[in-house]
Design a protein around this ligand. Sequence first.
Ligand code: GUN
Ligand code: ZN
Length: 427
Amino acid sequence: MTLFRGTFFDVPDNPFTGGVLRSEQDGGIRVVDGTITDRGPWAEVRERHPQDDVEDLTGGLVLPGFVDTHVHYPQIRTIGALGMPLLDWLEKSALPEEARLADTAYAQEIATEFTGGLVRSGTTTALVFGSHFPGAVDALFTEADRVGLRVTSGLVVSDRILREDLHTDPDEAYTAGKALADKWHGTRRNRYAVIPRFSLSCSDELLDSCRALLKDVPDAWFTSHINENIAEVTTVKELFNAEDYLQTYAAHGLVGRRSIFAHNVHPTDGELRDLAAADATVAHCPTSNSALGSGLFPLKEHLDHGVRVALGSDVGAGTGFSILKEGLQAYFMQQLLGDRGRPLAASDLLHLATMAGADALGLADTVGDFSVGKQFDAVWVNPAQGSTMDVALRHAFSPEDALAKAFALGTSPSVTASWVAGQQLQR
Ligand code: GUN
Ligand code: ZN
């Protein structure tokens, strides 16, 4: 039994439909075996549990652990390749590095760097684009399990247009994916996701094998890319002779409640209707969309259609693991859209960074906020004394203002520590 003391902020109800920021300036949260059993003002919680050990997190803010719904494990070393649109960037930067993960020893190094990157940024739950190589995916699950993160991931598959050495075939994709899922799906905090890279690099037969695997692994997740870049969208529609990009997945039974599509910067109205009807989620990746010049995300249209939206860092097209930075960039983007934008408040950003991702991943009953009954997944954003963020936080005039300052100034180094199910993650 531990009593955590600190300034706790969370957004238990969706602010896009009326929810508000919940804050406890000098708060207490009691955790028993990883689960929150009591919460409230510190003095009251302490009085109810005078014997419990205390973890003092006073200074800065304690937020629910961040949820990254789109991040590529093999791309950590490629972060920062600027100046290219998607298809050039893939060919010149991302894919040559992804090919190196054929060497499992190399992949193990990357897996350690990658999980370290998540932990240091306060991400506690992630939907991770794996590798094209089964040994590398096994290395990721092994490392995530050792560290204690909540990771949903899987083998990435493609059978055309990428580099030859990243291609598979439908049978091999199914067999290798099934073996990984048998080992890791539901093993402690790991879960399996079926992951065709994007329909541009996948034949109809390969997408059918994805459907078969999804059917044979109960409660597996599905993720891929959609409508990221205009040239990509045009090519996909030509390759499949399809009316729109979403159809290329829907025709193979790949669009449902457990499907998460990254980007969707250029959707049609029909696609937004279909995504909402299927109860699928879009992972918005604002620093990636900005870095690759993919476009400005139409958040308002997504929300108006009732499409679930969460945040993704999209490392390595995205510029780092910090979900605080993604929140800030999401805010910038909506400002730049002017009348077509959806102005975002700090509480909206915290929702996108936490509960929206938990909900997207079907974990809303487990994590995402600090309600009694949930697991204590948390990040302590506690900037160095005298830093600009420290100064700004000390002079915040309201909880919402403090939270806005955290998004404006917070970086991975401002993350002091994080917990999953009450256990502090080692760095
Ligand atoms: N589309 C297909 N592969 C990728 C990738 O690795 N990154 C991004 N941003 N888009 C993709
Ligand atoms: Zn991506």
